[in-house]
Design a protein around this ligand. Structure first.
Ligand code: OOB
Length: 544
């Protein structure tokens, strides 16, 4: 395995192979029959057109050859930040086929995050759009190139400015026999951790572990050649990429429909146009979709399954999904690190509305532990730890983090507080790590706090979650000013963070100025106390 990655122990790897979880399958392949079917099989649908399997396969081969011609080779890393376009799918397949490792940035990431990803992965290329609303990515590339070494290529979808157009990364494919074979148990891609408190950690995912995830989740969700998956969320995120998502649907020979935004005005016409059968959303989008059914004249009757995950879905909203959309709801509790939990399509409503499901694989090993490490009983709150055939054994080049986030026998401590019912279904009740889940987007408190301290008016700062009916959690910056007569304002702090190049979802939603932040006995900021000061205790939620 690549240097800086933690391999599975050989004995366990043997078990995973023996049980058929791990095979020789590589990412980037497409079903032969679908490719051979020519015009008869559609791989991708966008607002502007469509692409057959044969067309997608040929485009991926040409781009792979173009990447090699520019000197990229197996094992190189490339930061990929493209919107949901056909080009993104071609890029993914081309990178997998060459063994070049995509590091999937989120669309909202800006210079701070891109620089961090380029540094950590030693990326040789950044693949980006020209502009997206509020951001010129060529300017991001310029800043990152100025601050790092080794970023040799900037490949731009659209107007390249001083860089190279992605459309020029194109060459006649060389015969497959001339290419060095790839190892299915080596790293194929890097996903970003949403669950750790500092800047995102890189999660190595291998061909074998990720193809298993695709295969198993497609089977669980009933995704096959007849399925049409709407990618409404960003494709670079694990949920839309591989649960079973875009890659899982293509692997089955189904059709992927790419939405440039997840809003009903964009998605509903696509559902009708392409006969979408399955999609996935984060919770804040669900009420928007449910309300839009009232006014929209799009025909949504093809929709069979709606997956919702990334953050807590409230049971009342969950109960509205099937009646309003005429499809099955599936809660998905997943993480880029690996473990996926799903409610099953034939689960009764009380399970689907109130739990986040149970593990995907019989190979997923689970522990729910109390603070002292002893096992929690059914129904008792504890931290979820897991290991399995598609769960990482260590973050990339992060030995210290790995010491604290993994047990000696290789279980990953998720930082999620859960309860488990006797049937094995989890309910996510909170987090141990200092991460705020803003409607599925994960805000690492410590990273934002460090940036806030750069304002000369800020003496000390803590970022805490505030409960919010729409987002689940919003962020509140609690600031002790240096001079009580001259405290910072929210707008100026937001501007400072934006100018530093921080993703917009990390900018604090609220600001509280306090003369003094409460401290714990050891002198750390007491966030528990802060939270209780700012949010009055709520009565516990009732279950019917
Ligand atoms: C998904 O992945 P990440 O890596 O962005 O975030 C993982 C964290 C989990 O550890 C948990 O804290 C939270 O997001 N989470 C949920 C949840 N799904 C994820 N919390 C409550 N309810 C849920 N259903 O968010 C992700 C990856 C694959 C599929 C779905 C979501």
């Amino acid at each position: 395995m690549r240097e800086g990655c933690v391999p599975w122990p050989e004995k366990l790897a043997g078990v995973y192979r023996e049980r058929g979880y791990w095979t020789d399958e590589l990412l980037g392949g497409l079903p032969e029959d679908a490719v051979a079917a020519g015009e008869a099989r559609t791989a991708l649908v966008t607002r502007d057109g469509s692409l057959t399997y044969a067309g997608l396969d040929a485009a991926a081969d040409r781009m792979a050859a173009g990447l090699r011609a520019r000197g990229l080779t197996a094992g190189d890393a490339v930061v990929v930040q493209l919107p949901n376009t056909a080009e993104l799918v071609v890029v993914c397949l081309a990178l997998f086929r060459t063994g070049v490792l995509p590091v999937f940035a989120l669309p909202a990431h800006r210079a701070v995050e891109i620089e961090h990803l380029v540094r950590t992965s030693e990326a040789v290329a950044y693949i980006c759009p020209d502009v997206t609303p509020g951001c010129d990515h060529r300017e991001v590339a310029r800043q990152v190139q100025a601050r790092t070494e080794g970023l040799a290529h900037v490949l731009v979808s659209g107007d390249p400015g001083p860089y190279t157009a992605l459309s020029e990364v194109d060459a006649a494919p060389e015969p497959a026999a001339d290419r060095a074979p790839l190892d299915p148990e080596d790293v194929a891609l890097f996903l970003l951790s949403g669950g750790t408190s500092g800047p995102p950690k890189l999660i190595p995912r291998t061909h074998a572990d990720y193809t298993y995830q695709l295969r198993a989740s497609a089977r669980l969700c009933g995704v096959g050649a007849e399925s049409r998956y709407l990618a409404a969320l960003p494709v670079g995120h694990n949920f839309a990429l591989g649960c079973p998502g875009v890659l899982g649907t293509l692997r089955q020979g189904g059709t992927v429909v790419l939405a440039p935004a997840p809003t009903p005005d964009v998605c509903f016409p696509l559902v009708e146009k392409a006969g979408v059968t399955v999609s996935s959303l984060v919770p804040p989008l669900v009420p928007l979709w449910l309300d839009a059914v009232e006014w929209s004249d799009s025909d949504l009757s093809s929709l069979r399954l709606l997956q919702v995950g990334g953050a807590r879905l409230d049971p009342a909203t969950a109960a509205r999904v099937s009646p309003a959309l005429g499809c099955t709801l599936q809660q998905v509790y997943g993480m880029a690190e690996g473990l996926l939990n799903f409610t099953r399509v034939d689960d009764p409503p009380e399970i689907v509305h109130h739990t986040q499901g149970r593990p995907l694989s019989p190979g997923d090993e689970i522990r729910v532990t109390r603070e002292d490490g002893s096992p929690a009983a059914d129904g008792e709150e504890g931290e979820l730890l897991t290991r399995g055939p598609y769960t990482l054994r260590g973050y990339y080049r992060a030995p210290e983090r790995n010491r604290t986030h993994f047990t000696d026998d290789g279980f990953f401590a998720t930082g999620d507080l859960v309860t488990r019912d006797p049937a094995g279904n989890f309910a996510v009740v909170g987090r141990i790590n200092d991460v705020i889940n803003r409607g599925g987007e994960k805000v690492p408190a410590q990273e934002v706090e460090e940036h806030l301290l750069h304002d000369p008016r800020v003496q000390s700062a803590a970022l805490i979650p505030l409960p919010d009916p729409h987002w689940g959690e919003l962020t509140c910056a609690c600031v002790q000013p240096r001079d009580a007569a001259d405290p910072p304002e929210l707008r100026s702090l937001q501007n400072m963070l934006r100018e530093k190049g921080l993703a917009a979802y990390k900018l604090p939603d609220r600001l509280e100025i306090l003369p003094q932040l409460p401290l714990t006995a050891v002198g750390k900021i007491d966030k528990k106390k802060l939270k209780s000061l700012l949010t009055p205790a709520e009565p516990p939620e009732e279950r019917p």
